[in-house]
Design a protein around this ligand. Structure first.
Ligand code: C5P
Length: 481
């Protein structure tokens, strides 16, 4: 099919297109596309296939994503040159699931890791790579890309891109857009841990924070380079999409304003000796997502987490602990609160005869570990009299008889609600990004069960916080002591 080059059109036509596109806030290219599309009868245009994520949740109140608060928002996604760039292709899908329009810009280095074709196929939009591209620059394309959006996301944000931003360089399309930006900008840094901890990167990150640039991650974990680990992994696409959503969401009602909320998250590590410990597979993602959702709803949030590879949630006071006993100590120090959510997977047992030195492997003899039960943090808080939070919520991770066990736990632990989830290995819940939960609530003498469809952990958090807010509003709580 013959191609049409806008640059070669008559000057009068170009001037008309420029004016019309500016009036509609579109690029000239898009304006031409709209004009051409308008020539076709609407019935001839095949409807876009529904996105699976939109239909998955169609029966659930917040599931219809077309009514999502970010529907129709526009993101300019700058993909930097790093191995994490492959995850940015998934990020495009995650943003589009939320009905966000994504326009991609690839740096020259990014093209070594992902192709413009892949980014264009996933975003359904033209991909931009060149500052001196005559087709897009005849109407100052880099300025348009910087302004004709609601948010600029840089993922992966390499050490080099961050340095350029901090210094105000503009020698390629990505840095020129970032310098011309008048929209909020969110960075998802990704680099080798040595580069992240280097004094120059620390300075640049601090400068960018002062300049009002938001950041998600980096997380701790394994690097692409064999044998390398530390802080520097790019945040997961769902985390970045959730951070983008938080920025894009118009400041909504803050039903939990003035409420103090305590959340536990992650596993606990119970030492066997100075180098070994008992642990479990909890990632902390669900608890962190609840903290973010509660903070967005206006609550004053204290998050107490066991060892996890997740970055702090902005606006949330985070305390990091190792063992169950340390977690209990922090929880008690945080009281009184109005609402407490115990999402941590606390180890049931700790080692009584913890070795002061590394236990030696002796031929023919196994070390004898003496176990003691850990304090039950949830039950301790739920049984308090004076300082008991008005709403105490526990989690029940089960591999069988889910609802039955959750109901029994509700009674035994004296909490108000239990969020029950199936963590049998086939579900992929432990460490994964999605969750299928049942909300078991005490309602006077009765117990009600609400089963939710499979959702991302962020969506579970949003739903849970919405119900907490509803309860708080319906039944104003006694002021905390
Ligand atoms: O008894 P189980 O571990 O299944 O109970 C799970 C719930 O109890 C979760 O909400 C968890 O955070 C909480 N819990 C606790 N302290 C413990 C054990 C569990 O707070 N020692």
């Amino acid at each position: 099919m013959a191609s049409l080059t806008i640059r070669k059109l008559d000057d009068a036509v170009k001037a008309y297109l420029r004016l019309r596109s500016a009036q509609h806030g579109r690029s000239v290219e898009e304006e031409v596309r709209v004009i051409l599309q308008g020539l076709i009868e609407p019935t001839q245009i095949p409807p876009a296939p529904p996105h699976p994520s939109a239909t998955d949740h169609a029966t659930f109140n917040h599931g219809d994503m077309s009514s999502s608060p970010t529907a129709g928002a526009r993101v300019t996604l700058i993909i930097g040159g790093g191995i994490a760039a492959y995850k940015s292709l998934d990020l495009i899908r995650r943003l589009k699931e939320r009905h966000i329009r994504v326009r991609c810009v690839l740096t020259r280095a990014a093209e070594q890791f992902v192709t413009p074709l892949a980014a264009s196929a996933l975003s359904g939009e033209r991909v931009y790579t060149d500052l001196f591209d005559p087709d897009s620059e005849f109407d100052a394309g880099h300025i348009r890309l910087a302004r004709d959006c609601d948010l600029i996301v840089v993922a992966p944000a390499t050490a080099d891109l961050m340095a350029k931003m901090a210094q105000g360089h503009a020698d390629d399309l990505a840095s020129a857009i970032l310098l011309a930006a008048s929209r909020p900008t969110l960075l998802a840094p990704a680099m080798n841990p040595a580069m992240w901890s280097n004094a120059a990167t620390r300075r640049n990150a601090a400068q960018l924070a002062r300049d009002g640039i938001a950041m998600v991650g980096p997380n701790a974990g394994e690097m692409a380079e064999a044998g390398e680990a530390g802080v520097g992994r790019m945040a997961e696409p769902l985390e970045i999409a959730a951070a983008a959503e938080r920025i894009l969401r118009p400041a909504g009602p803050r039903p939990l304003a003035g409420k103090r909320m305590l959340i536990t998250a992650g596993p606990t590590h119970e030492p066997i000796d100075p180098v070994r410990y008992i642990a479990n597979r909890s990632s902390g993602k669900q608890g962190f997502a609840i903290a973010a959702a509660a903070q967005a709803a206006g609550a004053e949030v204290r998050l107490i987490t066991g060892p996890v590879e997740l970055a702090d949630v902005s606006g949330v006071a985070v305390a990091r602990v190792e063992s169950a006993r340390q977690m209990l100590e922090q929880v008690q120090a945080a009281l009184p609160v109005d609402i407490a959510v115990f999402a941590a997977a606390v180890a049931d047992w700790r080692v009584l005869n913890e070795g002061g030195q590394k236990l030696k492997k002796t031929v023919g003899a196994l070390p004898k570990l003496e176990l003691a039960e850990n304090p039950d943090i949830l039950a301790t808080v739920a049984h308090l009299n004076e300082k008991r939070p008005a709403l105490v919520i526990g989690f029940a991770a089960e591999t069988e008889h889910l609802i039955e066990n959750a109901k029994a736990k509700l009674k035994r632990k004296a909490c108000d609600w239990i969020v029950a989830n199936d963590v049998s290995p086939a579900t992929g819940v432990m460490g994964g990004d999605r969750n299928t939960v049942h909300l078991v609530r005490r309602d006077g003498e009765d117990v009600t069960v609400e089963s939710w469809p499979v959702m991302t952990k962020e969506q579970v958090a949003t739903e849970l916080v919405a119900r907490i807010a509803k309860t708080v509003v319906a039944k104003p709580m006694e002021a905390s002591a």
